[in-house]
Design a protein around this ligand. Structure first.
Ligand code: NOJ
Length: 585
C-alpha cells in the first residue's frame, strides 16, 4: 500500500493563502493552477484505429464511446480526437470536405453527441482536431472557388503560373509540398494553379481573405456549442504564405527538387501573420468560455514543429498577448533519440522551461500518429522509463493511444497494405522511410480476432502480429505490465506535489539523470532514469541533499525493485533503460 501523498486540497489551501510562494513554483500561476488543463494528461485517439463498433474494419465514434470507461478507469480526464469530419480520406481525415459533418464511416452527429455526453458524465474533456490550413478538394468551397463563384474566388491561393518562352506553363515558384512533389497543382477548370502544402487533394485556404477567417470562426463556434473543450490546431505554422510568392532559397540538403527538404521555407511557413490568427482564435475561445461558464475553460493546443522562440511566442508574444494554451513541445520526438545521453534529456527539458514565458503550463508530447512509437524510437525496454519521464515532469503530458501498452510500430507492413499518402508518393523503394502507417495500426485490446479491434475480415490497416502477447487484456491480467505502470503514474499525478512541486533536473552521470518535485514540509518525488543499454550505478545523495529515506513509488515491469522498497541513495543500481519514481520520506 502506498503512503498518502499531499492531498491536492491541502496544497491548494496552503498555496492560495501564501501568494508569495507561488512565485517560486514552476512557471504556473494561481489562475492556471486552479484551472482544469495545466496539469492534465491528454490522450490522443486516432479514431480510425481505436475501436470498430460495426464490423467494417474501421474505427468509429460508437467504438470510442464504448471505450471511454477504459479511459476513465485508467485515470485519463481529457482526450483529443484526430479528425472525425466528413472527408474523402486521402489523408485520413486531414482533408475535410465538410467541417460541420461527421464522416459517415465514423457515425452520425447523434453518435458524436452521445460521445460528448458520455465523456461529460465520466469527467472526460473532449478536444477536436481543427484543420484550418487546407480543406479537401471535394469541399464545396473549393468547387465554388474553382468555378469562380462570387464570394469564393479567393478562398484558396490561385496563380496563373509562369509562361516560359517556349510556351510551357510552369508553377509560380519552387515550393515543394510537405508530402513530396511541387506544392502547386494545375486546375483545368479554372486554368490556374492552386497551392497545396500537403497532398494535391488538400488545397491551401487563403487566410488573407476575411471570408475564410469568418467561415472558420463559424466552424469553431459550431463545435464549441456541441460541448467540446477546445481544439488541437493542425499545421498552424503553414497558414500564411508571403504574398510575393517568391522562390525560396535552396537548403543545400538535397538535390531532389521534389523533396520538402529542397528549400528553406522562409516564404511558405512560420510567417508573422500566423501569430495574429492564433490570437484571433484565442479571443474567440476566451469569449466563448466567458459566455458559457457552465463548462470548463475552452483551450487550444497548436501543432507546429518550430523553433523555441517561435513556440514561446505562441504561448504569449513580446507584448504579453496570450495565444495558444499549449504549443506542442515535440522535443522528445525530434531532439532526443535512442542514443541520446542524460545531458540531452536534461538540456531538452530545461530549454523548454527557460523559453516558456512565465505563467504558462509546460507540455511534453511523447508520441503521435505522425511519428514512430516510443518502443520503436527508444526500444521496447524504454517504454516504462519514457512514460515515467512524460508523466512526472511538471505540466501537461500528451500520450498517443497505445503508448500506455508499449505498442510497437508495424514496420514490416507491406507496400500493398500501405495507404499513407507521403509513403505512396515516394514509391515502393522508399515508402518505409516515411510511412506513418506503422504507428497507426489498430489498438490492441485483446488476443481475440483483430486484437479485439474489429470483427471484420479485413481491417483498414493490418493489426500488428504481436497482438497475441501485447494487448490490454493481457496487461491488465499480468502481475506487472506497462499498462499498470502507466496507471500507477496517473494515480501519482493526482497528488498535489505533482502539480505544484518545485522542479529541478540534473544529469547524475553521462547516462543517468534525475529530477525532483519538492515542496517545503512535504514528501518529494524523485524520478531517476538510465538512458543507456548498460546497467549503471549512481549516487543520488548530493542531488537529494536531504538525509531522508528514499523508497520506490513506481518501478518498471522488469525492475528488481518493488513499490515501497527502501533504496540506498548513495549507491543506486539501475538496469539498462530503467526508470524509477521514488519518494523521499
Ligand atoms: C499534421 C497532421 O498531424 C498530419 O497527420 C497531417 O497529414 C498533416 N498535418 C496535414 O494535415
Amino acid at each position: 500500500m502506498r503512503a498518502p501523498l499531499i492531498p491536492i486540497q491541502i496544497l491548494l489551501f496552503s498555496l492560495l493563502n501564501c501568494g508569495s510562494i507561488m512565485a517560486g513554483l514552476v512557471k504556473s500561476d494561481t489562475e492556471d493552477f486552479i484551472d482544469w488543463w495545466p496539469h492534465t494528461v491528454f490522450y490522443q485517439i486516432y479514431p480510425r484505429s481505436f475501436k470498430d463498433s460495426n464490423g467494417d474494419g474501421i474505427g468509429d465514434l460508437k467504438g470510442i464511446t464504448s471505450k471511454l470507461r477504459y479511459l476513465a478507469d485508467t485515470g485519463i480526464t481529457a482526450t483529443w480526437l484526430s479528425p472525425i469530419f466528413q472527408s474523402p480520406m486521402v489523408d485520413f481525415g486531414y482533408d475535410i470536405s465538410d467541417y460541420k459533418a461527421i464522416q459517415p464511416e465514423y457515425g452520425t452527429m447523434q453518435d458524436f453527441e452521445e460521445l460528448i455526453d458520455t465523456a461529460f458524465e465520466l469527467g472526460i474533456k473532449v478536444i477536436l482536431d481543427f484543420v484550418p490550413n487546407h480543406s479537401s478538394d471535394q469541399h464545396e468551397w473549393f468547387k465554388k472557388s474553382a468555378a469562380k463563384e462570387p464570394g469564393y474566388e479567393d478562398f484558396y491561393v490561385w496563380h496563373d503560373g509562369i509562361l516560359q518562352e517556349n510556351g510551357t506553363r510552369v508553377p509560380p515558384n519552387n515550393w515543394p509540398s510537405v508530402f513530396y512533389g511541387s506544392a502547386w497543382e494545375w486546375h483545368e477548370g479554372r486554368q490556374q494553379y492552386y497551392l497545396h502544402q500537403f497532398t494535391k487533394e488538400q488545397p491551401d485556404l487563403n487566410y488573407r481573405n476575411p471570408r475564410v477567417v469568418q467561415a472558420m470562426d463559424d466552424v469553431l463556434l459550431f463545435w464549441l456549442k456541441k460541448g467540446v473543450a477546445g481544439f488541437r490546431i493542425d499545421a498552424v505554422n503553414h497558414l500564411f504564405e508571403d504574398e510575393s510568392l517568391k522562390d525560396e532559397p535552396l537548403s543545400g540538403k538535397t538535390a531532389d527538387s521534389l523533396s520538402y527538404d529542397y528549400t528553406k521555407h522562409i516564404y511558405s511557413r512560420d510567417l508573422p501573420e500566423v501569430l495574429e490568427m492564433i490570437h484571433h482564435w484565442r479571443q474567440l475561445l476566451d469569449d466563448f468560455s466567458a459566455k458559457h461558464p457552465e463548462r470548463p475553460t475552452r483551450i487550444m493546443m497548436t501543432e507546429a514543429y518550430g523553433g523555441l522562440t517561435q513556440l514561446a511566442d505562441y504561448y504569449e508574444d513580446s507584448n504579453g498577448v496570450r495565444g495558444s494554451h499549449l504549443p506542442f513541445n515535440f522535443h522528445f520526438i525530434t531532439d532526443v533519440k535512442g542514443d541520446s545521453d542524460a545531458r540531452d534529456y536534461v538540456y531538452n527539458v530545461e530549454k523548454w522551461l527557460i523559453y516558456m514565458p512565465r505563467g504558462h503550463a509546460a507540455n511534453w508530447v511523447m508520441g503521435n500518429h505522425d511519428n514512430p512509437r516510443v518502443a520503436s524510437r527508444f526500444g521496447p525496454a524504454s517504454v516504462d522509463a519514457m512514460n515515467m519521464l512524460l508523466l512526472t515532469l511538471p505540466g501537461v503530458a500528451v500520450t498517443y493511444n497505445g503508448e500506455e501498452l508499449g505498442m510497437v510500430d508495424y514496420r514490416e507492413l507491406s507496400w500493398e497494405d500501405t495507404v499513407d499518402p507521403p509513403a505512396r508518393n515516394v514509391g515502393e523503394e522508399h515508402y518505409k522511410e516515411v510511412s506513418r502507417d506503422p504507428v497507426r495500426t489498430p489498438f490492441q485490446w485483446s488476443n481475440a480476432t483483430n486484437a479485439g479491434f474489429s470483427t471484420a475480415t479485413k481491417t483498414w490497416l493490418p493489426v500488428h502480429p504481436n497482438y497475441l502477447e501485447l494487448n490490454l487484456e493481457a496487461q491488465k491480467a499480468a502481475k506487472r505490465s506497462h499498462y499498470q505502470v502507466y496507471k500507477d503514474l496517473l494515480e501519482l499525478r493526482k497528488s498535489g506535489i505533482m502539480r505544484v512541486g518545485r522542479f529541478n533536473i540534473e544529469p547524475l552521470s553521462r547516462w543517468v539523470f534525475a529530477f525532483k518535485r519538492s515542496y517545503p514540509n512535504f514528501e518529494s518525488i524523485i524520478t531517476v532514469i538510465n538512458v543507456s543499454d548498460q546497467e549503471q550505478l549512481v549516487d543520488l545523495s548530493e542531488f537529494l541533499s536531504q538525509p531522508k529515506k528514499l523508497v520506490v513509488e513506481v518501478a518498471g515491469v522488469d525492475s528488481k525493485y518493488q513499490t515501497g522498497q527502501p533504496l540506498a541513495a548513495s549507491a543506486l543500481l539501475l538496469a539498462a533503460r530503467e526508470g524509477l519514481v521514488c519518494r523521499l520520506v
